[in-house]
Ligand binder design. Structure first.
Ligand SMILES: [Zn+2]
Length: 289
């Protein structure tokens, strides 16, 4: 794996290469954008670069540190937190990291902390962490991952080198994706029954609503992009293609508006069964069923 495997701007790539050439990495890096998985993958890659003992290209893949990184068992990399929305990054965790930070590295002369989901920190967690980021022991390096740097306190940002992996994207559960695609595709048919049936999967699972609605919005947004640019880069490209063959841009926009409006009502705690019924009626109405 190399830096080219990641969606980095050319300037970020140059900066990282120059850190590696001089073996002078910043003590705090904040990785933002893309999906939680890509942020974690890049954080692991960067941690490997920092620990690699080679004088040449990093990561070399053959030094002791690199071999342990490849086996996911480098004791000088410590990962904390979870990069998904809704999970919390408690102040106790920041305190634990602060204490651990003074312990010397195991194998190499450096130690890397990967703190996932920094957007889930509240102000007191960030402030507790800030104390160690302000004056870290010389052997400590911190890599924070978050959806967007805008969710972080300025005091943390001012101490971080920010690396962006592009626009933030949400990751949906396979079940939410399946239901979202089913609901969207049900609009193509002529019968209201298909939409009703697709929505019935959602009516029994209130906890799936937000994820599914967000995924439907991504699908319709990708449809509109495809209509405008004729480029289909969607993660749901087959569904997008079928929907675009059937519906005009105006219709796709109206579906998008319906879902956004219902999502808002969901957040305002509207009656759930009624909400699902409205979803079916409004979508079918917009199609003209
Ligand atoms: Zn190496």
């Amino acid at each position: 794996m190399t830096l080219d495997n990641f969606n980095l701007s050319s300037s970020d790539r140059e900066i990282i290469n120059s850190f590696a050439d001089k073996n002078a990495f910043p003590h705090t890096v904040l990785i933002e954008g893309s999906t939680p998985q890509e942020r974690t993958d890049f954080a692991n890659f960067l941690a490997n670069m920092i620990l690699c003992a080679s004088d040449g290209k990093k990561p070399c893949g053959i030094c002791r540190a690199c071999i342990k990184c490849a086996a996911n068992s480098n004791p000088d990399i410590k990962a904390y937190g979870e990069d998904k929305s809704g999970s919390s990054f408690k102040v106790e965790l920041s305190r634990e990291i602060r204490q651990d930070a003074f312990v010397l590295p195991n194998d190499s002369d450096k130690k890397v902390y990967i703190l996932k989901g920094a957007q889930n920190m509240n102000d007191s967690s960030e402030n507790a962490l800030l104390k160690i980021l302000e004056e870290p022991p010389r052997f400590d390096f911190f890599i924070l991952t978050c959806e967007s740097k805008n969710s972080m306190l300025d005091t943390i940002l001012s101490r971080s080198s920010v690396i962006s992996l592009g626009e933030a994207k949400r990751e949906f559960s396979p079940q939410a994706v399946e239901t979202a695609e089913k609901i969207a595709l049900s609009l193509i048919g002529t019968s209201e029954l298909a939409t009703l049936e697709a929505l019935s999967q959602l009516s029994a699972k209130k906890d799936m609503f937000e994820d599914t609605a967000e995924c439907i919005k991504v699908i319709f947004t990708d449809c509109v992009k495809f209509k405008q640019t004729q480029i289909n880069e969607s993660a749901y490209c087959k569904t997008v293609e079928r929907l675009c063959n059937r519906f005009s841009q105006k219709k796709l926009f109206s579906f998008l508006n319906i879902i956004s409006r219902l999502e808002l009502r969901f957040k305002q705690n509207a009656n759930y069964n009624l909400l699902i019924t409205s979803m079916c009626a409004e979508l079918c109405d917009a199609v003209g069923k």
